[in-house]
Write a protein that binds this ligand. Structure first.
Ligand code: CP3
Length: 347
């Protein structure tokens, strides 16, 4: 039996079909804001969690069981592709991701491997276990990082505030940057297809740091590679979601790559973005995650306010403009999901 989840609230909204209420899930819905995450995290390293299918499945299921969201997202990280290509990746508490062998010159780019799907087989295995656990309840979203965002971690050697070295490479050595981006794009396309073959019901591409780029640089160094990835996907009947921090500005370019859904950051007026897009492209977003720190009456009021704008639009998936922060109170997140599920019914 195929488990394409075509009838689910989430997939219908992603394909801009009418739904009784907007589906809801939240970026970073499985993570440190949950006590149950720490119960697991205290026993394993983050990469061990990603690489052990049973553990990745346990963590993926936490928000399904504890929050009742309408879509699960694979527990993994956008940097596993870069690791498979040869990046020496570690995650340290309080520091975040680090590559001890940053990619800074032509020889470094040459060293990166692209025939690496064998090394990512643990992800396919995790997807199979997760789908067994979900047992058709809700769809599973797979994901990968967009080439520019992944490149930034490889070049900087970790997180960065200003992406100085990455932008220097774009500006001083554009051919080298293109060679690097091209390698990442090839791996990313194969990696998302591996996830599709393993059974995910949607895929999301995360371009978390594209907002650091000018329009021209976004077009040349990010947009073109996302277009290449999306056109290389075995889409079948699986929705493709494109997320970018900066989508308030770049949405017109993002639309050209023909995703089914654009995930919008919180700066934008979501209805204006939706109305500016070609019909058939849904939007996902875009509550400021900081709202979830606020009092419950504020959370409820802001959710109702966003819905009031969006209620007549088919193709609206409730989400945040970016991920949940680790110190957001769990009961606030749970409350937000309840408000969305219980109060946003169509008349
Ligand atoms: O959304 C989910 O619940 C699914 C799992 C998921 C993680 N990372 C788990 C994670 C997803 C979809 C990601 C994507 C990811 N990873 C992005 C894109 C999304 C975004 O937030 O913009 C980025 C930029 C990364 C890179 C990354 N991974 C950073 C910068 C960090 C450290 C800082 C931080 O926010 O945690 C990680 C580690 C990471 N990825 C953790 C989790 C649960 C924390 C690991 C820990 O427990 O220490």
């Amino acid at each position: 039996m195929s488990n394409n989840q075509k009838e689910s609230l989430f997939v219908r909204a992603a394909f801009s079909q009418p739904t009784e209420r907007p589906p809801v899930w939240m970026m970073r819905q499985a993570g440190r804001f949950m006590k149950e995450y720490w119960d697991i995290k205290n026993r394993y390293s983050f990469l061990e969690m990603c690489k052990t299918p049973e553990i990745a499945a346990d963590v993926t299921m936490l928000p399904v069981d504890l929050l009742g969201i309408d879509a699960a997202i694979l527990f993994s990280d956008i940097l596993v592709t870069a690791e498979a290509m040869g990046g020496d990746l570690s995650f340290t508490q309080g520091v975040g991701p680090r590559f001890s062998n940053p990619v800074r010159n032509s020889a470094d780019v040459d060293k990166l491997e692209t025939d690496v799907m064998d090394r990512l087989k643990y992800v396919a295995d995790a997807i199979v276990v997760i789908q067994q656990r979900l047992n058709g309840l809700i769809p599973l979203i797979g994901f990968a990082g967009a080439p520019f965002t992944v490149m930034s971690y490889l070049v900087e050697g970790g997180s960065s505030k200003d992406f100085k070295l990455t932008k220097l490479m774009l500006h001083n050595e554009p051919e080298l940057a293109h060679r690097l981006l091209s390698k990442i794009a090839d791996v990313t396309t194969a990696y998302l297809n591996l996830q599709i073959d393993a059974g995910v019901n949607a895929v999301q591409i995360f371009d978390s740091w594209a907002g650091a780029l000018s329009w021209d640089d976004y077009q040349e160094f990010s947009h073109s590679y996302i277009a290449r990835i999306i056109s290389g996907l075995k889409r079948k009947d699986i929705p493709v979601i494109s997320f970018c921090k900066g989508s308030s500005v770049f949405a017109p370019l993002m639309a050209q790559t023909k995703p089914d859904v654009i995930s919008v950051d919180w700066n934008a007026d979501l209805l204006s973005v939706k109305k500016s897009l070609p019909s058939g492209i849904a939007v996902q977003g875009n509550l400021d995650p900081h709202i979830l720190y606020a009092d419950k009456k504020v959370i409820r009021e802001r959710i109702l306010r966003l819905y009031e704008k969006m209620k007549d639009e088919p193709g609206f998936i409730f989400n945040l403009g970016h991920g949940i922060m680790p110190d957001i109170p769990f009961d606030h997140v749970k409350y937000a999901v309840e408000v969305i599920k219980n109060e946003l019914k169509k008349a």
